[in-house]
Design a binder for this molecule. Structure first.
Ligand code: NAD
Length: 331
């Protein structure tokens, strides 16, 4: 099995190469370019491609891959909203993903963002470096005995609920399904109740039609004043213009974002020499109570190793022709 690996970073090459010896017969060619309709052509002569969250695997890309003989797309991530699933299925291309690798990695990052904006560590880091040891403007509040609201209690939301519970918080949750594993620590409520009662709101539902812009002007107005909002899930869960309006209206104590709507051209790229005109991200960063990281929630040693193993296991499953719970299909 020859796999063309798109959008390779040094850590991808390291983590996959380390696992490869356990998978004889699998060969990987690492490419720096991401998978788009322009680079899909390079897949000629390979059996499979491996892509990532911001690859463009729309209709055109899928058709070119198919014409080149590709019958397997390996997503080394959980998300698959960037693929034309119907077209892939119609053309007989299987898509296998890594549905979970280390939910704790993302949940710990979510709590990290919440703590940073609460205790203003992003500001104190800079102040102390300038020998400014004053405490002015750094006051936060205890999470202990406050209320956390978790939107989406799958693998990552459940890990976040456990972390919040460990902090001594009351944990509310909203989900279309209740997670029985959380029954001792979480109270399920409606979204409106969660918004109205939570001091910390953390988003962990997937991006779907029903969750697109779930945080918007109307839902922001339903939140408590002085709330902390954290999004480590998908940027488009939050309507950015409405978030900015809410920040300007002093609604938020803090906002921590690992994902945001216009992240696609930024994610994992060094754009430090560029002038980003019309950037909504730059506008968000101008607020002192906003902390943004670049989709790094998953980025731990444990998660990378799990991603490599599951992706290579997916290759094995594909070769046997067996069904897999990791397969993504059009509805
Ligand atoms: P999961 O499938 O285990 O859980 C998602 C939960 O959301 C499920 O319980 C589902 O019932 C719930 N849900 C579905 N529709 C909903 C709705 N309308 N309202 C509320 N809840 C709803 O997924 P997971 O592994 O916990 O991942 C959650 C999300 O985290 C992923 O979809 C992905 O977008 C994101 N993610 C981010 C990173 C990162 O690096 N920042 C890494 C991995 C995943």
């Amino acid at each position: 099995m020859r796999i063309l690996f798109y959008d390779t970073k040094s850590y991808d090459e390291y983590s996959f190469t380390r696992e490869l010896s356990g998978y004889p017969g699998v060969e990987i060619k690492f490419l720096k370019a991401d998978l788009t309709r322009n680079t899909a052509e390079l897949s000629h002569g390979y059996d499979a491609v491996c892509a990532f969250v911001n690859s463009d695997i729309g209709t055109q890309t899928v058709r070119i891959l198919h014409d080149n003989g590709i019958r397997l797309i390996l997503m080394r991530c959980a998300g698959f909203n960037n693929i034309d699933l119907e077209e892939a299925q119609r053309l007989g291309i299987r898509i296998l993903r890594v549905p979970g690798y280390s939910p704790e990695a993302v949940a710990e990052h979510a709590m990290g963002l919440a703590l940073i904006v609460n205790r203003k560590m992003h500001k104190s880091y800079l102040k102390v470096r300038e020998n400014d040891f004053s405490l002015g403007s750094l006051m936060g509040f205890n999470f202990y005995q406050k209320t956390a609201g978790i939107v989406g209690t799958g693998k990552i939301g459940a890990a976040m609920a456990r972390i919040c519970y460990g902090f001594g918080m009351k944990v509310l949750a909203y989900d279309v399904y209740e997670n029985p594993d959380l029954k001792d620590i979480v109270t399920y409520v409606t979204l409106d109740e969660l918004l109205a009662q939570s001091d910390l709101i953390s988003l962990h539902c997937p991006l779907m039609d029903s969750t697109y812009h779930i945080i918007n002007r109307e839902t922001i107005q339903k939140m408590k004043d002085g709330v902390i909002l954290v999004n480590t899930s998908r940027g488009a869960l939050v309507k950015t213009d409405d978030l900015i309006e809410g920040i300007r209206a002093r609604k938020f104590f803090g906002v921590g974002l690992d994902v945001y709507e216009e992240e696609a051209p930024n994610v994992f790229e060094d754009r430090s020499d560029e002038i980003l005109e019309h950037s909504v991200t730059a506008r968000l960063l101008s607020f002192p109570n906003v902390m943004i990281t670049s989709h790094q929630g998953f980025f731990t040693r444990e998660a990378l190793s799990a991603i490599a193993k599951t992706t290579l296991d997916n290759v094995k499953v594909y070769e046997t022709g067996a069904e897999s719970a990791n397969e993504v299909k059009a509805n």
